[in-house]
Design a protein around this ligand. Sequence first.
Ligand SMILES: NC(=O)c1ccc[n+]([C@@H]2O[C@H](COP(=O)([O-])OP(=O)(O)OC[C@H]3O[C@@H](n4cnc5c(N)ncnc54)[C@H](O)[C@@H]3O)[C@@H](O)[C@H]2O)c1
Ligand SMILES: O=C(O)[C@H](O)COP(=O)(O)O
Length: 615
Amino acid sequence: MASLKTPALSLSPKYHRRSSFPATFSNNLRYSRSQMQSNTFLIIAAAPGSSSKKPNVRSPAPGSSSSSPGSISKKPTVLVAEKLGEAGLALLRQHANVECFYNLSPEELRAKIAQCDALIVRSATKVNRAVFESSGGRLKVVGRAGVGIDNVDLAAATEHGCLVVNAPTANTIAAAEHGIALLASMARNVAQADASVKSGKWQRSKYVGVSLVGKRLAVLGFGKVGSEVARRAKGLGMHVIAHDPYAPADRARVIGVELVGLKEAITTADFISLHMPLTPATSKMLNAEAFAKMKKGVRIINVARGGVIDEDALWRALNGGIVAQAALDVFTEEPPTKDNKLVQHDKVIVTPHLGASTMEAQEGVAIEIAEAVVGALKGELAATSVNAPMVPAGVLNELKPYVQLAEKLGRLAVQLVAGGRGVKTVKVSYTSSRAELDTRLLRAMITKGIIESICNIFVNLVNADYTAKQRGLRITEERVSLDGSSEYPLESIRVQIANVDTKFASSKSSTDDIVVEGRVKGKIPRLTKVGSFGVDVSLEGSIILCTQVDQPGMIGKVGRILGEENVNVSFMSVGRIAPRTHAVMAIGVDEQPRKETLKRIGEVPAIEELVYIKL
Ligand SMILES: NC(=O)c1ccc[n+]([C@@H]2O[C@H](COP(=O)([O-])OP(=O)(O)OC[C@H]3O[C@@H](n4cnc5c(N)ncnc54)[C@H](O)[C@@H]3O)[C@@H](O)[C@H]2O)c1
Ligand SMILES: O=C(O)[C@H](O)COP(=O)(O)O
């Protein structure tokens, strides 16, 4: 049995406080332990196979490989709900049971999802709230094999702690090339002329087109696809302008494109090509009012999303002569109905959402999404996450032991609270010599430690902030700046819970807050302070905290009782303000002591209070 006495810690003069650090943390964290990678902070929430719901599904699509009936597999199950390139499927199969079920009805998807750890979709599958609710908490990651995530209910995913990742880069060129293909085909009536010739006609004067060279193209949405379209259009001799409120000016400058306001873009363009995502802000961005401002004879290309155009307004603008032609790859409702008046319009050419559909793009997207999903299932933070913060791998690695410390401190602090007023305000102080410190992971882990200890909610990187907010838990952070430099990102983390009663009076500081503080030593998280008492115990397993009147023989007395009760002690530490006054003894135990054992310790005359904490 180790015996170690440490003096109470005090803030040295070299510490000085900096308020409200960092400014905002609107994102979430997602962590837990998994079978795939134990004893580290991970993305996986529940054990694969933890759902008991029965699936009601169609036969597997070709290429599907499911685990044999009745087999017990520790591999996660990935449901691929839309066609995915073979290279991606092969990668997934190395790590998971892959089930390919294409064209599931919404009911079938909801029935199937409860048995899946991950779901991969393209744009046709609506991953709505009902899907997350039906997953029973098992679904850890939704992979969107493409860019647009408007078919995934991100709020519902976040609330359910489900990570959403996409494949944002692999289909950029394909989409841009399709945009250019539509632009050129529309200008030269390729589709209409083709149909005409195939019907036996030869109408050379009917299909006279317009030239592209020298024409003004407005690219709306100057992101990945928009800038590639701009680059290509410039190669065709077009004068390209772009509107994008969030695009960096230097990106435009490099390509030789002028960034302009929306009004200038739509009032001066001969061609308008759409490349913004569908969001509440861009929904029906091209509406009657916008068409009314356009140059007569303008031509529209849409390879973004149908919903960014008010389709009725476009139809009227085509008939009213404002819009000369439109080329549409995407529709508000997909597939559009047979009698869709835009599809049937002779000034409109259409394709069935083919922007990303090249062999090269589909292989690329499949690999990109498979890597993201496998990484997420392994507990890595995905670089393409759309509802969780992106934390660089280097930062993540460095913070790993502090992440454990943060969770343990949250877990410990909340167990010192006596029922009654409820935990509402938590203050976290990080002592560090680093000017920049990303504490999102740490804050989420403290939230996790607090919330998971008091209710049956799974908290992770994705839903930590949301869950805290829902429960009215306010976490403020401050940085205690340490002079000098250190190879370690953090010196210590302190968690303070205000306005609560406690079951362990010594855990309260002079400000009446419950205070616990810890640091990492040799990669092991340690508790270094309780209330005003300095201790030094490893934050592992379980801890008994006692307040005692400091006097000789206390460690021996308590140690003997635990020994007699067959409870193995891993460490002991005593912190005191001054000799022979009050002291706090922290005892690490391997087994949970019986109630009677704790009662016997409590009856030792010098022991004043005692609490058992499971970490
Ligand atoms: N038809 C297809 O098969 C296909 C293929 C790929 C992408 N897409 C669609 O194209 C969209 C763009 O893809 P990306 O890879 O270029 O995405 P991206 O995120 O790189 O670019 C989108 C751009 O739109 C801008 N934007 C946002 N709101 C805007 C607004 N109100 N006005 C103007 N610009 C605005 C953003 O700032 C961003 O620069 C996707 O969201 C997807 O819906 C379709
Ligand atoms: O957003 C995208 O990536 C494109 O619209 C492609 O969608 P798809 O995967 O359904 O072809």
